[in-house]
Design a protein around this ligand. Sequence first.
Ligand SMILES: C[S@@+](CC[C@H](N)C(=O)[O-])C[C@H]1O[C@@H](n2cnc3c(N)ncnc32)[C@H](O)[C@@H]1O
Length: 399
Amino acid sequence: MTSRLQPYFAVCPGGLEAALADELDALGAREVREEGGGVAFNGTRELGYAVNLHSRIASRVLWQVGRRGYTTEQHLYDATQEVRWQDLMSAQQTLRVDVTASRSPLKSLEFAMLRIKDGIVDRLRTLSGARPSIDRQDPDVRVFAYLDQRTVTLYIDLSGEPLFKRGWRADKGEAPLKENLAAGLLALSGWTPEVPLLDPFCGSGTIVIEAATIATRRAPGLNRPFAFERLANFDRAAWRRLKDKALAAVDDTATAQIVGSDISTRVIEQARANARLAGLDAFLGDGRLCLEGCDARTVEPPAEHGMIISNPPYGEQSAPRSSTVPKMMGEVGDRLKAAFPGWHAWFLSSDRQLPRQMRLSETRKPVLYNGALECRFFRFELVGGRYRPRGAHSIQGAD
Ligand SMILES: C[S@@+](CC[C@H](N)C(=O)[O-])C[C@H]1O[C@@H](n2cnc3c(N)ncnc32)[C@H](O)[C@@H]1O
């Protein structure tokens, strides 16, 4: 395994860059730099594997193999000639090239992509006499080129399927959260496995399953393949060591109290199936992970104190029924005030009116992106008592 430091970029949902940077620091990354939509860092080749295996928040890990200034398409071609493609893939393997750009002076990204693809193919043909073929569906090697105004950066995708695909989702359910966004909610809230956790709108169980896998120290990438396993320089022995260590770290005896409920018994069945596929049978069996059908308006607190972390229905996701959601959320707010004093609740929603609907005042509301949808992650301290809307005047002694 080479110990030379390599440059990487980990992509993540907007708003989770700082949480991802913390994760990368903990994994031993060097020169960790937050950028919009991801985090750049340096590390060994083994660290590139480890981030794929352990990161809960990254969507994808890219390995930077080339970078140079450009003004024309020919410069993009030239940039490909500086990379040792023969160390990364054989001419018998398949290739895919994708280009994204921000303020690029070039007219056609399609043409830019073709020049980069030609450069890689020509280089491999010169060295080996054969040319790799293109496969857009399931390539062995995927190259991402990123063009800004003056610089082209060439990356090799180390992940393949995005990292939020942990390999346990049996069925997608209705508007499931991506697993890495769920992990981001848990990280931003400061939840730790000792704290009782409730998701009263758990749907397919994404938040509670992610929490249970954190409690059991189950690495999120244990049950899926990665693109780096198909690269010519893949270090099988190093990968085996990393995976063995991650497997040995799984602790099914961990204590936890994690509850997911939903009004739909159909999605609860799905959530249970997902939890089993995630390897959480033991947790399900003895109720450390409890999944049950229940209306959030009548939900019971599973403990005296704890955290609610949830992604309730909101307009964009449930259009035909959207007019009933604000009223329902008002009733959920009443329920939380009455039955959950001392709890902290965090709700992810694109509806800025959520605090008003629930008659609760938020103490924080960081911005997060659920795909393209701008959301707020509202934090409420449930203290019981009465609600006073923001900006409302109070006369001392009369409130
Ligand atoms: C946005 S989805 C949650 C998705 C979930 N985070 C996941 O990853 O699958 C909202 C969920 O709220 C549920 N729901 C709607 N009204 C409810 C109510 N009154 N009580 C409990 N659950 C409700 C829906 O069945 C749906 O599963």
